[in-house]
Write a protein that binds this ligand. Sequence first.
Ligand code: C5P
Length: 339
Amino acid sequence: MLTLLANAKINLYLEIIGNRPDGFHELVMIMQSVALADRITLTPLKSPTIQLLCDHPQVPTDHTNLAYRAVALLQKRFPEQTNGVGGVEIAIDKKIPVGAGLAGGSSNAAATLFGLNVLWNLGLTRAELQALGAELGSDVPFCLAGGCAIATGRGEEINPLPHSPQLYAVLAKYNSLSVSTPWAYKTYRQQFESTYLPLNDSANLAERQARVHSGAMVKALGSGDLSAIGDQLSNDLEKVVLPAYPKVNQLKQTMLSVSASQGASQSASQGASQSASQGASQGALGTMMSGSGPTVFTLTETLEQAQAIAHTVAAQVGDRNDLQLQVAPFTTKGIVLQP
Ligand code: C5P
C-alpha cells in the first residue's frame, strides 16, 4: 500500500497565444504548486481490476476519472511488467475543490502514475512519467514536477523556475459553481481568434515564449520582488469567465477590496514613518483567477495576512455557506510520497 499527497496548482500567469495543429491552444503559463492536497492511497489487488473509491459527489469513479485512466495507460504501455501483478484500488480523499482551475484531477493522475511506478517497479524516469502524463491531460506533467515552472505548448512542456518566494494563497471557490475548461477555451477562441498568431508561425511563437521567460513575472519571482509578483499576475481566461460568471467577478472584487483595506490598516498600524513600499508589502500582493476558474486567489506574504483576508472575505460574502475558503502556502513539491 502506498499513500501520496497530490498538491493543487495555481496559475500566476496564463497567456493564450494561438491555435495548435492538434486543436488545442498554444499557451505560456507560470504555474505554482500550493500545499492543498488530495490524499491518494494505492492498494494492490489480486484480481486485475481498477477500483476507484471517492466519496465526493462530483468525482467520477469510472474510466472517465483521470487517475483511473492513468492506471489503464500504464497497463497498456507496459503489458510485460503489469500482466500478472494484479490490479489496484485507488482511494481519493478529496480536499482540492473539483472543477476549480486548481488541477485537482490532474494531480490525482500524477500521483497515480508516480505511485504505480514505485509499486510496480516500472523504473520510469520523471521525464518518462511526464510524457505519459501529457497523454492524460495538459496539466499532469506540471503536477509531477511541482514547484514553480513556466509551462508552454499545450501546457505540458515544463521549464522549472528555481526561485519562488514563500507566499500564501487564499483560495476562494463557490461550491455550486464549476467552469468547463473546454468551454472556457472555446469561448476565448470565439472572441479572440483574430488576435491569435497564425498556425505554425514558429518564429513569432518562440519570440512570445521568450518574452515571458525574460519577462517581469519571472524577474519578480527570481528577485523576490513581492509587490511586482502581485502586479504581474495575469490570466487571459478571466476575459471570458468573469463576464459569464458574475458571481465570480463579484467575488474577485470583494477579495480585491478586502485586500486593499487589509493593506491600508496594516500599514497604518506600522506607523506613518514607514516608506510606502514597505507599507505595500505588508498587505495582499494581488488577486487573480486560477486556470479556467472559477477559483479566485489572493497572494499574501504571511500566513496571518492570508487568514485575516479569508476571515474578512467570509464575513462580506452573501452566501457564505456556498463559499469554500482555504489558505495554502506555496510549496516546491507536486507529489509527496508519504512514509
Ligand atoms: O488537457 P486538458 O484535458 O486539461 O484540456 C481540457 C480542454 O481544455 C481541452 O479539451 C481543450 O478544449 C482545452 N485546452 C486547450 N488548449 C490547451 C489546454 C486545454 O484548448 N492548451
